[in-house]
Every structure is written in C-alpha cells, then in structure tokens.
Design a protein around this ligand. Structure first.
Ligand code: NAD
Length: 366
C-alpha cells in the first residue's frame, strides 16, 4: 500500500501503486469475494489494456464482464450511464459484485456514479489509466456526469474500496494527455508539496519523457497531496476547493475555446499562470519566476486566438450563476500553501490575463 484514505468517520481504503498483475491479490485483501465483476472501460483503454486486465482477473478465479464505451468527455452522460445500468442488470449483478472503473477521469466519474447508484451501491474499484486519474480523479469519491448546463452537475460522493494505479499503463497515453496530467501534478506541487515541486524541477526532462523508473515516485507523491486534502474535507466544504487552483480561468478557457481545443490540463496550466500572477500581487515574497518557469516548460502548442478577456470574464460569470456561488480564486501565499478568496477585482483579472498572453508571446517567440 502506498497511501490510505482514512476519513474522520472511520471509512478507509488503500491506494496502491503497482503492476496490474498484483491487482487480484488486493481484491482479496480488501475482502471482495471472487466471482462476477463488472469492468467499465472506454474503447482506447480496451484496445490497449483490457486483455491484460481480463486474463489477470480470470487467472485468480474472477468472472469479468466488460462494458466498452466510446472515449471522450461526451461519454459522461445520462445516455451512457443508462447503458451501464442496462448492461449490468441484464448480465446479472448483486450487491457484492464489484465494479472496476478502468480508464481515465471520464470512466472513473461515470462508472463511479453507476456504482454509487446501482442496487444502492456496488463495491467500487478505481483502476485509473491516465495521469490525471491516477493522481487526482480516482481518489476522493467525487463521481458524476455532465448536464447540458455544465460539467459535473449530477453526481454523488461515493468512495471506492480501492484505488489501484499501474504506472506502466501511462506509457501508452497520447502525448497531450501526458502533458495534461503533468499540469495537474504541477498543480498538486504548487498547492501542497514544495518537495514535489523541487523533484519536478530537478528531473523535468526525464519526467517529461516518462522515464519508467521515476513514475511510481512521481505518482505516489502527487497522490499524497490529494489524499491529505480529501481526508480533511471529503465534501468540499472548505479546504478541498484548493484543488481548483488554476481552474477559474481554466474552466473559462475550455468553455470559450470550445471543449476539446485545449485539454483540461492545458487550460489549467494557463489558469495557473494567471493565479500565480494574482498571488504574487498579494505575496511579493513568492518565488514567482521560479514557479512560472516550470509551468512554461509544459509543451502547450495551442494558440490563444479568440480568448479575449471579455469572453473569459463572461464564461466565469456563467459558471458562477449556474452554481449560484461567488467567483472564487485559489491563490498561493507560499509554495505548497494555498487558500481561497473572492476578493479579486475585474481590473486585476484583466491584468492577470494580460500576463498570460505576454508569457505565451515570449514562449512561442512572436
Ligand atoms: P479521459 O478519461 O477522457 O482520458 C483522456 C484520453 O486518454 C481518452 O481518450 C482515453 O481514452 C485515453 N486513455 C486513457 N487511458 C489511456 C491509456 N493508458 N493509454 C492510452 N490512452 C488512454 O480524461 P482524463 O483527463 O483522464 O479525465 C478528465 C475527466 O476527469 C473530466 O471529465 C474531469 O471532469 C474529471 N475529473 C474528475 C475529478 C474528480 O475528483 N472526480 C478530478 C479531476 C478531473
């Protein structure tokens, strides 16, 4: 076991970084009864890794049944949720049948919500296959689907019984998905772990090229930040909001650009530059250049055309209205120390975006 999520009410579950071949031993260890299990995955993951998962489970006496869904954010929908319900109920499950969410954050969120609601709750095992999912989305129990009015508007807090991350699965990730995950790892370092930040700086070239020997440490350390936050604030009544560092601008960028033009992590990386600028205004002692320079090493090729400040501000207001909340920003007071504030003026936001545009101009040399 690498970590344990131990919630204040006594619920606890292990988080493991290890080879897929040892997953069945962990299923035994957490007390699941061998028999039927349902795997929910997407087409890309299925083509690359489903055979290995299936044969590994079968070798230990499991009877897996796989449901393969299309890849992409659109799959986090009521239509595909219903498809999981139909397939699971037609195949035959009972309350002890585990559901394995085998994929990135999309599959983890969707299948997690299916597990939360089928027969009022099936044992959920998260087997994340993207960097974002391994260090972030598979941990903490947020599950759900999107609605036409916005992302993640329907869902439940439902903790898994086990999170099992195999770093070697990440070697097949497309380059942009890897970069997107690295942006989230940098985010975890900025909000919660100065040592992780130094580790990233020291080994950046090797990490960027996914050197297998560094992956377990990278993943385990980035997971630890999420675990620390979640055990203190499972339901996002306070601290958990710091995980949204870079997300206020990030969500607006995704919305204005049209979902899909930027990956989530690319948008968050740009949002983090804006958030660092705002942080530096309030905390001049922050090592601003050092922090920005790691983010700027992320290879983000997408041009920022069309992302005017007024469109971004409108998009932030839409988010705010949908959630009936105030416009909130996560800022840093020091490396590894984040807090939430709603005291940011429109003028400052505009200057922060100007800074992002300027950084990009310098980075691409135009
Ligand atoms: P994703 O699940 O769409 O995966 C990205 C792409 O990588 C997909 O095309 C997928 O098929 C492919 N892929 C996955 N694993 C692969 C592998 N090993 N090899 C090759 N290709 C692979 O996206 P994501 O970035 O993992 O997750 C984003 C989602 O996570 C969003 O919906 C977001 O809202 C959610 N999220 C949830 C939480 C949470 O706390 N629940 C936190 C962060 C993000």
């Amino acid at each position: 076991m690498v970590h344990e999520v131990a919630l204040p009410d006594g619920r606890r579950y292990p988080i493991v970084v290890g080879g897929l071949q040892a997953l069945p031993e962990w299923l035994d260890r957490i007390g699941l009864q061998r028999g039927r299990c349902l795997i929910v995955t997407d087409e890309n993951v299925a083509a690359l890794h489903l055979d290995l998962l299936r044969t590994t489970l079968e070798a230990f006496g499991w009877l897996p049944h796989a449901l393969i869904l299309p890849a992409g954010e659109e799959t986090k929908s009521l239509t595909h949720l219903s498809q999981i319900y139909d397939a699971a109920l037609a195949w035959g499950i009972d309350r002890r049948t585990p559901l394995l969410a085998f994929g990135g954050g999309v599959i983890g969120d969707l299948a997690g919500f299916a597990a939360a609601t089928l027969l009022r709750g099936l044992p959920l095992v998260q087997v994340p296959t993207t960097l974002i999912a391994q260090v972030d989305s598979a941990i903490g129990g947020k599950t759900g689907i999107n609605h036409a009015r916005g992302k993640n508007l329907i869902g439940a807090f439902y903790q898994p019984e086990l999170v099992y991350a195999d770093p070697t699965l990440l070697l097949t990730l497309p380059e942009r998905e890897w970069t997107s995950g690295l942006a989230e790892v940098i985010k975890h370092a900025l909000i919660g772990d100065a040592d992780l930040f130094a580790f990233l700086e020291a080994h950046w070239e090797v990490i960027r090229h996914r050197a297998a020997e560094l992956l377990p440490q990278l993943i385990a350390q980035a997971m630890a930040v999420k675990v620390r936050v979640v055990v203190q604030d499972e339901r996002e009544s306070g601290l958990r909001a710091i995980l949204n560092f870079g997300h206020t601008f990030g969500h607006a960028i995704e919305r204005v650009a049209g979902y899909g033009r930027f990956t989530h992590g690319e948008a968050v990386a740009l949002g983090m530059l804006a958030a660092l600028w705002l942080s530096h205004q309030r905390h001049p002692e922050l090592p601003f250049d050092r922090l920005c320079s790691l983010i700027l090493k992320l290879p983000i090729a997408q041009p920022l055309d069309g992302l005017t400040f007024s469109l971004l501000l409108d998009a932030m207001q839409v988010d705010k209205k949908t959630l009936a909340s105030r416009l909130r920003f996560v800022l840093l007071q020091a490396l590894g120390k984040a807090y939430v504030t709603d005291k940011v003026s429109v003028g400052e936001l505009q200057a922060a975006w100007q800074f992002v545009l300027e950084m990009r101009r310098l980075a691409v040399g135009t």
